[in-house]
Ligand binder design. Structure first.
Ligand code: CTP
Ligand code: MG
Length: 238
């Protein structure tokens, strides 16, 4: 079984106020932190990074220099996240049967999370790293509460999200034909009726969406940085 990692990093950072994936966090581009565990993981056979068209060339040089021999590709993204993911999946090795998709904007992913999302795919069509809601969740319309949802059944999706590649390609085609837009790929797989498993994520594996998230990321980076290697230590629950 071959696994291709797809790292979508072609967004424009509307909510952040600027392109965020190349901004320096703890002295390295945000994308570097998200990418490193995939380059190091024994579970990943190749890495496809999706960046804005104008960054393909310079980023290709950078990523090859840090890849330590693992096959890497850099391709141009599209207007929406799912187009970027599609470009990445289309560029992946024809032998790969699973794709493991991870946001460039989640710098604290670990090799354990990657491994768990891949291993969980054995008898299902995909697996999504997620954390259970700690807050009580209200469903509202027009500012008024309509109902309270049982929080024991509410999971907040993160990435990595790992899928059967052929089924993901069918789901992406279906989304295109039916003008479906999902904020993650699992949504598109669910629309096809495919079975998706949840895998325990980690609170530190949050996505940097706004400037507040950047401040949180700086604090976490400070706490996790190994003073000798300058790299983040792996995060474990125990
Ligand atoms: N992404 C992408 N191609 C797009 C849009 C998003 O590859 N056309 C990537 C982003 O670079 C990011 C991930 O998808 O790594 C998650 O997206 P998000 O946090 O929404 O980033 P942006 O789309 O850049 O931010 P915004 O939605 O605020 O514009
Ligand atoms: Mg976006």
């Amino acid at each position: 079984m071959k696994v291709s990692a797809i790292i979508p990093a072609a967004g424009s950072g509307q909510r952040f106020g600027e392109v965020k994936q190349f901004k320096l966090l703890a002295g390295r581009p945000l994308l570097f932190h998200a990418l490193k565990p995939f380059l190091q993981s024994d579970y990943i056979d190749e890495v496809v990074v999706v960046v804005p068209q104008e960054n393909v060339e310079f980023f290709h040089r950078d990523v090859v220099s840090m890849s330590a021999g693992k096959p890497v590709k850099v391709v141009a993204g599209g207007s929406h996240r799912q187009n970027s993911v599609k470009h990445g999946v289309n560029a992946s090795d024809s032998d790969s049967t699973l794709v493991c998709i991870h946001d460039a904007a989640r710098p604290f992913v670990t090799e354990d999370l990657i491994q768990n999302s891949i291993s969980a795919c054995e008898n299902v069509d995909g697996a999504v790293v997620a954390i259970i809601s700690k807050d009580t969740v209200k469903y509202s319309e027009n500012g008024l509460v309509k109902e309270t949802i049982n929080r024991e059944k509410i999971w907040l999706a993160q990435t990595p999200q790992t899928f059967n590649k052929q089924k993901l390609l069918l789901a992406l085609d279906n989304a295109h034909k039916n003008q479906l837009t999902g904020t993650d790929e699992s949504t598109l797989m669910e629309a096809m009726g495919y079975s998706i498993k949840l895998v325990d994520g980690h609170p530190n594996n949050f996505k940097i969406t706004t400037q507040d998230d950047w401040m949180r990321a700086e604090a976490v980076a400070h706490q996790l940085t190994d003073s000798r290697s300058g790299r983040f230590k792996e995060v474990h629950d125990d």
